[in-house]
Design a protein around this ligand. Structure first.
Ligand code: DGL
Length: 254
């Protein structure tokens, strides 16, 4: 079982922002990256639809591959389906991602924090619970960024196009936010474009590193870390018809 895959799941290429941390922390592991790009963006579906899409994709992975752990590298899918996934696979390690509100609130008590995420994530209970827990002493602004996931899916995250899309959304926050929480795994892939607009004063935080750390901890506890000496591999699968998917994932992974 130690040799089995760690499956990393997202609606598309966004989960690569988590995969980067996973590979750095767990270099011997074999990863199976899966993007459900035929159904992306998830953020435009209803919560129930995201739940069904996530369950269907994960069922396919669990049936066709030997998987020891599942990392839901998608905030939207985590918000909609993490409980159902844990119920469906009680014998597997299932790790979700959550917006990095705690680190932001710990670092800037009384500060002004933005949370940028998809519509599903922004309206789900998981986020309200996090806000109730960590947002008490801070001013929190919820910031949707429609269209950004689609650009990142085309490999255009850090481009003038992304900046043009983001400028009207973020310009009024320039110099005002202590931190911006990137609550969608696609957004770290547009970090430079976001920072160019917000300015250097705003710290950008995402949940990728914490998720990778949690995955490593759970595997160690279960005695399932790959103890081999050789470098692990990354296998890529996706549901859509984009012929450049694997190439894009490879580029973003570097
Ligand atoms: N990358 C995803 C997230 O973390 C989903 C983006 C989407 O498909 O809308 O929320």
């Amino acid at each position: 079982m130690e040799q089995a895959y760690i499956a990393v799941f997202d609606s598309g290429v966004g989960g690569v922002s988590v995969l980067r941390h996973l590979r750095r922390m767990l270099p011997q592991e074999h990863f199976l990256y899966y993007g459900d790009d035929a159904n992306a963006p998830y953020g435009l579906h209803t919560t129930q639809e995201v739940r069904e899409l996530t369950m269907a994709a994960v069922n396919k992975l669990m049936t066709n591959f030997s998987v020891k752990a599942l990392v839901v590298a998608c905030n939207t899918a985590t918000s909609a389906a993490i409980n159902q996934l844990r119920e469906a696979y009680p014998e597997k390690i299932v790790v979700g991602i959550e917006p990095a509100l705690k680190p932001a609130a710990d670092r800037f008590p009384g500060g002004h924090i933005g949370i940028m995420a998809t519509q599903v994530t922004l309206r789900e209970k998981k986020l309200s619970d996090l806000l109730a827990r960590y947002g008490e002493n801070c001013t929190i602004s919820r910031i949707p960024a429609p269209g950004l996931v689609e650009l990142v899916e085309q490999g255009l995250g850090n481009t003038p196009q992304a900046e043009s899309l983001l400028r009207p959304i973020l310009e009024s926050y320039r110099g005002k936010l202590d931190a911006l929480v990137l609550g969608c795994t696609h957004y770290p892939l547009a970090e430079a474009a976001i920072s160019n607009i917000l300015g250097e004063r705003t710290l950008l935080l995402d949940g990728g590193e914490g998720t990778a750390r949690q995955t490593r901890r759970r595997l160690a506890e279960a005695g399932l870390l790959n103890g081999g000496e050789e470098m692990g591999t990354v296998r890529m699968e996706h549901s859509g018809s984009n012929p450049h998917f694997a190439e894009l994932v490879r580029t973003l992974m570097e």
